[in-house]
Design a protein around this ligand. Structure first.
Ligand code: M6R
Length: 614
């Protein structure tokens, strides 16, 4: 979604801000803008609809924009259409305020009315311009309300979520930033500071940074910074080392981040698993859960929640928790859970699953469950994200930054962590040491087995090519691989824009079978498992109606060739582990379909990497 990058220091701000915006492009956006203050030109603002490269070209034509303090933004429209007027930065009409904002000001209508009554004229439809005007209205340095104080006072009036960076023509050496609900990091360099909504815009310059907490305001000058609450109580943030390598956020020879991240999975899962399986003791070691082990073991019910790919991982988690830990478990869209006044009894554990840790609906569902007394666990990738901070305990995915909008390595990381959590609880409850050992050994073997699947990439591309012109696809699976089918369909639709449906294979007969006609591709997850024979029957039903079957099958299964046109093999493994393997060909098929159709894989239309509004 929206991205912020801001700079104050001795260097020229412009190239640094443009580079930062390019690093934030993966988050999804539809317009971009920049504001720079300099002695020579004062405050200059430029905006452009479309790519950051358009903005860059416009700046070249314009000249100027020469100062060493500035801010920039990528906007994903929420209030008002995709226009230059609505793009950030926004300015006030009185005090030389210039502001960029992520989040939503919920009481913007009331504030707009108040400000209009006081004579202000608005030029955009955005909630952000309201905040710029409000800060300008309050700015009164002669009576002690400087930029920092004006921001603090304004934020006390605001309802909603924000991460903001603000500069002011009348205080050219000062930048003020603040956060509530939307992440904002302050990178601390050598007499320079880079503020961003995402570490990827900072790490090329410094790895020392601190995350602002909700209701925190930071006033930054070249010499240093002062952090306070919106009520002006001074606080001391902890500057820490960002766990980010520059090469993790660069393509490194791959054509797209999605492709890179699919191929990274053997390595990323080795990191996810590293040190977490103790074969000698026959136990899973999860430091983040240790303190609450007793409560977890006594859990009467588990609720798993997330959105999109994280929901599909959670659906697999539902099977894992009931099968391995023997605890009644439900999985639910966070967006539904948060509003339906759910019943949360004593002994309920809520597990919030999210790559970013910033998905608005997942955060709200987590809060709903916590308010009703649930113990909370975060299964999150981004360290220090909102979900990581708001849960009682958690297990990080440790898969490294995921830049591709289509989530791949985070999915396998989430399923792996949920398997570890199920083993952590199951071993302490009812699951035999032998069964735990079998699953732990199988988990350890997953990275090597994914390598074997990736080695068949060329064949998967050839199969995809044969069907890429078809506009409707079905993805079908049973048991543990019903959610995998859902994930395969989501991957295909979000980057190739092909209509795809994922469902339990048995559900097909209850309606969707009417869709099947000559040549419709149906991807069956038909690995060897408890429901293999049933899946074969479902395949026959599709074949007899003219559909074309692509089967994801277990190595050595020759029988399946008699019912499926195309077969993609994955190595055998115990059923609970199988989604970690069967999903990989589906990720590759989606990737190849998008490339073959000529789409921009890492910037799919209308999508944002992390959905921070509901
Ligand atoms: O950051 P999160 O895991 O909470 O994000 C949840 C979904 O928005 C995300 O998985 C989305 O569905 C992806 N684009 C799927 O590839």
């Amino acid at each position: 979604m929206c991205g912020i990058v801001a700079y104050i220091g001795a260097k020229k701000a412009r190239p640094l801000l443009i580079e930062g915006l390019k690093r934030l492009e993966y988050r999804g956006y539809d317009s971009a803008g920049i504001g720079i203050l300099s002695d020579e030109f004062g405050l200059e603002v430029a905006k452009s609809v479309g790519r950051v490269s358009h903005l860059e070209n416009r700046l070249k034509e314009l000249g100027g924009f020469d100062g060493s303090i500035g801010l920039a933004h990528t906007r994903w429209a929420t209030h008002g259409g995709v226009t230059e007027a609505n793009a950030h930065p926004h300015r006030d009409d009185k005090a030389g305020i210039c502001l960029v904002h992520n989040g939503i000001i919920e009481n913007h209508s009331a504030l707009r009315k108040y400000l209009m009554e006081r004579g202000h004229t608005f030029h955009s439809e955005t909630d952000t311009e309201v905040l710029a005007m409000l800060i300008g209205e309050l700015y009164d340095p002669e009576n002690g309300t400087d930029l920092e104080a004006a921001v603090q006072t304004a934020l006390r009036e605001v309802k909603g979520a924000y991460a903001i960076a603000v500069i002011c023509e009348n205080e050219p050496g000062v930048m003020v930033c603040a956060r509530k609900g939307s992440p904002l990091l302050v990178g601390v360099g050598n007499e320079e500071f880079i503020v961003a909504s995402d570490a990827s815009a900072i790490v090329a310059h410094t790895t020392q940074a601190f995350m602002l907490d909700d209701y925190n305001v930071v006033k930054i000058t070249r010499e240093g910074f002062r952090t306070s609450t919106v009520d002006n109580v001074e606080i001391m943030p902890k500057v820490t080392e960002l766990e980010y390598e520059l090469e993790q956020i660069e393509l490194g020879g791959f054509s797209h981040f999605m492709q890179k991240e699919i191929f990274e999975q053997p390595a990323s899962l080795r990191t996810t698993l590293g040190g977490r399986i103790d074969h000698n003791e026959g136990k899973v070691v999860l430091g983040g859960l240790a303190q609450f082990a007793k409560e977890l073991v006594k859990a009467k019910r588990i609720i798993l929640t997330g959105q999109g790919t994280a929901l599909h991982a959670s659906m697999i988690g539902e099977y894992l928790m009931e099968d391995i830990a023997k605890i009644p478990t439900e999985c639910e869209y966070a967006s539904e859970f948060r509003y339906r006044n759910p019943i949360v009894e004593d002994g309920t554990v809520v597990i919030a699953v999210s790559q970013s840790g910033e998905t608005a609906d997942t955060i709200a569902a987590l809060r709903e469950a916590k308010d009703k007394g649930a113990l909370s666990v975060g299964v999150v990738n981004v360290v220090g994200s909102s979900i990581a901070r708001e849960t009682d305990m958690g297990v990080y995915l440790r898969v490294g930054p995921e830049i591709g909008v289509a989530s791949t390595k985070a999915f396998t990381g989430q399923v792996t962590v949920l398997t570890l959590i199920a083993l952590f609880m199951g071993r302490r409850r009812v699951t035999s040491p032998e069964r735990c050992a079998r699953i732990m050994n199988a988990l350890d073997a997953v990275p090597d087995k994914i390598e074997q699947i990736l080695a068949t990439n060329d064949e998967i591309r050839r199969i995809t090519e044969r069907y890429v012109e078809r506009n409707n696809w079905l993805f079908l699976g049973r048991g543990y691989n019903y959610p995998t089918a859902m994930e395969g369909a989501l991957k295909l639709k979000e980057i190739s824009y092909i209509h795809a449906e994922g469902m339990p294979a048995a559900e097909m007969k209850h309606g969707p079978i009417a869709l099947i006609d000559e040549g419709m591709p149906a991807v069956f997850i038909a690995n060897k498992g408890s429901q293999y024979d049933k899946v074969i029957s479902n395949i026959e039903e599709v074949r007899s109606r003219g559909g074309h079957v692509i089967a994801i099958a277990t190595e050595g299964d020759e029988e399946i060739r008699s019912v499926a046109e195309e077969v993609i093999y994955v190595p055998g493994c115990p059923e609970p582990i199988s989604p970690l393997l069967t999903v990989v060909p589906l990720q590759l098929m989606a990737y190849h379909a998008a490339v073959l159709r000529g789409h921009d894989v890492d910037k799919p239309r209308n999508l944002a990497k992390s959905v921070t509004v509901e």
